[in-house]
Write a protein that binds this ligand. Structure first.
Ligand SMILES: [Zn+2]
Ligand SMILES: [Zn+2]
Length: 138
């Protein structure tokens, strides 16, 4: 069993593939619902406006956008609120822009032809998938 420090509150927790501890996860989900609800009623807003109106920290809202969790409400935003981590181009959601994404995919495809998933035990693969689904808000 692997234990790690929660980057949010610093407490120790058992690493089952989530980024933060259970308590912080619950907190983040509550904050996420607040942001989602606000976006359902308001359109053309910036991250600053959402943060001011809901009290949810700017950093956390950006995190939701980068994780792609606000996909359904992304058109409610007043344009791109985040930047591509690779080329700094303004983007609507995610960490990198579509162009960088395809460039990276291409690079990955040409550099390693082997399927890395084959080397990962199925349990780890399952947890990884659960984590990805969670980050996407499924
Ligand atoms: Zn925590
Ligand atoms: Zn880019």
């Amino acid at each position: 069993m692997k234990v790690k420090n929660c980057p949010q509150c610093g407490s120790l927790f058992i690493d089952v593939g989530f980024r933060v501890c259970e308590r912080c996860l619950k907190y983040e989900n509550e904050q996420f619902e607040i942001v989602k609800e606000y976006l359902q009623k308001n359109a053309g807003v910036t991250v600053e406006q959402i943060s001011e109106a809901t009290g949810v920290s700017r950093q956390l809202i950006l995190q939701f956008i980068k994780a792609g969790r606000l996909s359904g409400s992304i058109t409610k935003l007043a344009g791109p609120q985040v930047r591509c981590e690779r080329c700094d181009k303004p983007i609507l959601e995610g960490r990198i822009c579509a162009q960088c994404q395809s460039e990276l995919t291409e690079k990955l495809r040409t550099s390693s032809k082997k399927d890395d998933n084959d080397k990962i035990p199925s349990k780890v693969r399952f947890l990884k998938r659960r984590k990805e689904e969670h980050e996407r808000g499924i």
